[in-house]
Design a protein. Structure first.
Length: 361
């Protein structure tokens, strides 16, 4: 139900968006959120009553319906939060804005509307005082005309003094009748407005009760969500540990994959070697036969080698004997040469003797 009837002359003059809070009625200290998210908050001006209201609706729920009076004060409690007290609603409203600039604009508009409400109150008091002065003056003029008529006893004097006073009284009475009719109509309007305000207050009371029940419900939901959040956090920690284990397993699997590739490469090399061995195995019988023939040849060669070794030993013995004989021969030859040298020397001496004999002869 909208707090502004469609037939009302109340029109929005300023609109913004903010998170709405109300003071906790039990503690008078804690703030209770009145809206789940940022909602529209508007200033409304009623030209018929010359009044201002702050109204905010969240869906079908009225969360702010505050008439601004000159005694109200909007206070900035932080860079993005402000509050004001409403004695009629017996609560304190708080607004949280997205930026400090929006809070400043709202506070300036509050001060402006407050000054306008004060000016409207002063004007209404002046009108009431003016109407009361007019009624007092009309009451004083009536006995003066009566005294004038009593002093002047002739009919002509009465007519000359009574005519203007009666006209003035008639005009004043007409004014009073018009003022009375206006006051009656205003009383009816005020009664209608009072009834509307009562109905609005009843709706607000119901909404407040619903919001209180909703707050309890949300408190329970918050507790449940908190427990669930704690459980989810523990679950997340477990999952993170499992993820770490999985990452380690992935690293081990990667190492095993690399090792497997290396082993596959080695296996391929071994298979190639095995294939070569198989090919070589096919020529093994031929090699064995060749090996047998080579063995036979080797045995024959070994036999020949033994014979040759025997011959070598014999030759060595013969060589040693030959060396021994040669040594003996050398010794004998040396002795012979020595003898021969002696003989040669003797012959030389003999020749010289012969030469001398020949010369002498």
């Amino acid at each position: 139900i909208s707090p502004v009837p469609p037939y009302s002359r109340e029109q929005p003059i300023f609109t913004t968006r903010a998170h709405v809070f109300q003071i906790d009625p039990s503690t008078k200290k804690n703030w209770v959120p009145a809206s789940k998210q940022a909602v529209t908050v508007s200033y409304f001006y009623d030209s018929t009553r010359n009044s201002y209201r702050i109204i905010s609706v969240d869906g079908a729920k009225v969360i702010i319906n505050s008439t601004i009076t000159p005694n109200m004060t909007f206070t900035k409690t932080s860079q993005k939060f402000g509050q004001w007290a409403d004695s009629r609603a017996n609560t304190v409203f708080g607004l949280g804005f997205p930026s400090e600039q929006q809070l400043t604009k709202f506070a300036e508009k509050f001060q402006e509307v407050k000054e306008a409400a004060k000016l409207a109150r002063d004007r209404s008091q002046e009108k009431i005082e003016t109407s009361s002065n007019h009624s007092q003056e009309s009451g004083r003029e009536t006995p003066s005309s009566t005294r004038a008529s009593s002093v002047n006893g002739t009919d002509d004097e009465k007519a000359s003094h009574g005519g203007p006073a009666e006209a003035h009284l008639k005009s004043e009475n007409d004014k009073l009748k018009i003022a009375l009719a206006q006051s009656s109509s205003n009383v009816k309007k005020w009664e209608t407005e009072l009834q509307t305000l009562r109905e609005s207050n009843a709706r607000l009371t119901t909404a407040l009760q619903e919001s209180a029940a909703s707050i309890e419900h949300w408190k329970k939901q918050f507790s449940a969500c908190k427990e669930e959040n704690d459980q989810l956090r523990s679950k997340i920690e477990e999952l993170e540990e499992q993820c770490n284990e999985i990452n380690k397993e992935k690293e081990r699997n990667a190492q095993l994959s690399r090792r497997l590739q290396e082993l596959e490469t080695e296996l391929q090399d071994k298979e190639l070697e095995l294939e070569d061995l198989r090919k070589q195995g096919e020529i093994i019988p031929q090699l064995m036969s060749e090996c047998e023939s080579v063995s036979q040849q080797l045995q024959a060669a070994e036999k020949k080698n033994k014979d040759l070794e025997e011959k070598v030993r014999t030759l060595r013995t013969e060589v040693e004997e030959s060396k021994h004989r040669q040594t003996n021969l050398k010794t004998e030859l040396k002795n012979f040469l020595d003898v021969l040298d002696g003989k040669i020397d003797e012959l030389h001496d003999f020749r010289q003797g012969l030469s001398k004999l020949g010369v002498d002869n």
